[in-house]
Ligand binder design. Structure first.
Ligand code: ZN
Ligand code: ZN
Length: 390
């Protein structure tokens, strides 16, 4: 069965919620407007329970099926937070907040799950319980971890958990997924290089921090090219360099390097991080400087469980047809903190086509409301397929 008529009918209404959330973007755990919108809609639909402040600012809602004899509980997750970016747009629902925008489409994800909630409370055509998790702080801040630590899986006895993310340039109405690792472990690092500042004309009287910094950056790239097997995946990106002066005639005393590292396997991550430390400290010493290396493990690999991936594919095929469901895409080196939920329970994460659009986190990005019925239908299909009424 393709997109259900009722969800196609609800598209305009769901798009209005989406555009309202888009107009009022909020960051991390500070989501008062979004939370009040979500909870007031959920209570209007007549969900059975609403719990606030789960993982600081998360919302959990419960919908019981017409039958509950299966005792099965399926969790669905949507993220609610925006990004610290100023939107570039002529849209009439453009962000009202300078420096904040929904550039990752979480306004769409939240609205899609609200649409599914409306449908599921109207029909309750399943045997079991659906638990909805509206998550804060996906874009840094550890919102998924916060909800899991606050008992999301255990208090509501979730058996399986599913989520989706829109994907620019995948056709609207299409889905894409893979078994196993889908998105990368995504970490941050910072290096503080300390030399000995001096006069630009007398480098031999100084310890050249700038030269050591340049050497460290080049050496880091040789770890990924020379120490990681060619068929494994690793990225080290140095993204920022700052010295303590930009004067033309001063050798700076210190420098700061920031960056991110990405992996699909723990073993590769462990080896690379160890070698980064050796290379950074050793290279600094060669130039008479020293370097302090700080590494922050941020987000784990988003790993789809095999059987849940099959269920996710079945639901997507029911919505979109098999020719619009890619089932074996390459993993992406982006990160997603839904990984924390997938570490706690089996589940799967799928991409939903956003059509031709600017990339995620770009100031001209916008979620495509045409994708809403497909996304909401996917959640509904999962509930009904995984928990059929007798
Ligand atoms: Zn994002
Ligand atoms: Zn996102």
């Amino acid at each position: 069965m393709p997109v259900r008529n009722r969800l196609a009918q609800l598209k305009t209404e769901i798009s209005e919620w989406r555009q309202d959330i888009h107009r009022n973007p909020e960051l991390r755990f500070e989501l008062p407007k979004t939370i009040s919108k979500v909870t007031s809609l959920l209570s209007e639909f007549g969900v059975d329970e609403i719990h606030e402040n789960i993982g600081q600012a998360g919302i959990v809602a419960v919908i019981h099926g017409r039958q509950t004899s299966s005792n099965k509980v399926i969790g669905f997750r949507a993220d609610m937070d925006a990004l610290p970016i100023t939107e570039i747009s002529d849209l009439d629902y453009k962000s009202l907040e300078v420096g904040k925008m929904h550039a990752c489409g979480h306004d769409g994800h939240t609205s899609i799950l609200l649409g599914a909630a409306k449908y599921l409370t109207e029909t309750r055509n399943f045997n079991g319980t659906v638990v909805l998790a509206f998550q804060p702080a996906e874009e840094g801040g550890g919102g998924a971890r916060a909800m899991v630590d606050d008992g999301l899986m255990d208090r509501w006895q979730i058996d399986e958990i599913y989520g989706l993310h829109n994907m620019p340039n995948l056709p609207v109405g299409s889905f894409a997924i893979r078994h196993g690792p889908l998105l990368a472990a995504s970490d941050f690092f910072e290096i503080n290089v300390k030399g000995q500042g001096g006069h630009g004309a007398l480098p031999h009287k100084a310890k050249d921090t700038t030269l050591a910094t340049a050497a460290i950056i080049l050496a880091l790239q040789q770890i990924t090219s020379r120490e990681v097997p060619a068929l494994e995946s690793a990225v080290i990106s140095v993204t920022g360099i700052q010295t303590d002066t930009l004067a033309h005639n001063v050798i700076p005393d210190s420098a700061r390097i920031t960056g991110t590292a990405r992996f699909l396997k723990k073993s590769v991550q462990a080896h690379v991080v160890e070698r980064m430390r050796d290379v950074i400290e050793g290279t600094a010493r060669v130039y008479g400087c020293n370097a302090k290396f700080d590494y922050e493990y941020c987000v784990d690999v988003t790993e789809n469980e095999n059987r849940c991936t099959d269920h996710a594919i079945q639901a997507a095929i029911a919505v979109a047809g098999s020719d619009r469901v890619e089932t074996d895409i390459d993993p992406l080196m982006g990160g997603e903190d839904f990984s924390e939920m997938l570490k706690a329970r089996p589940g799967a994460f799928i991409f939903l086509g956003n059509g031709e659009s600017a990339m995620l986190h770009h100031p001209e990005y916008d979620f495509d409301d045409e994708a809403i019925p497909s996304g909401s239908s996917w959640f509904v299909e999962l509930a009904e397929q995984r928990m059929p009424v007798k």
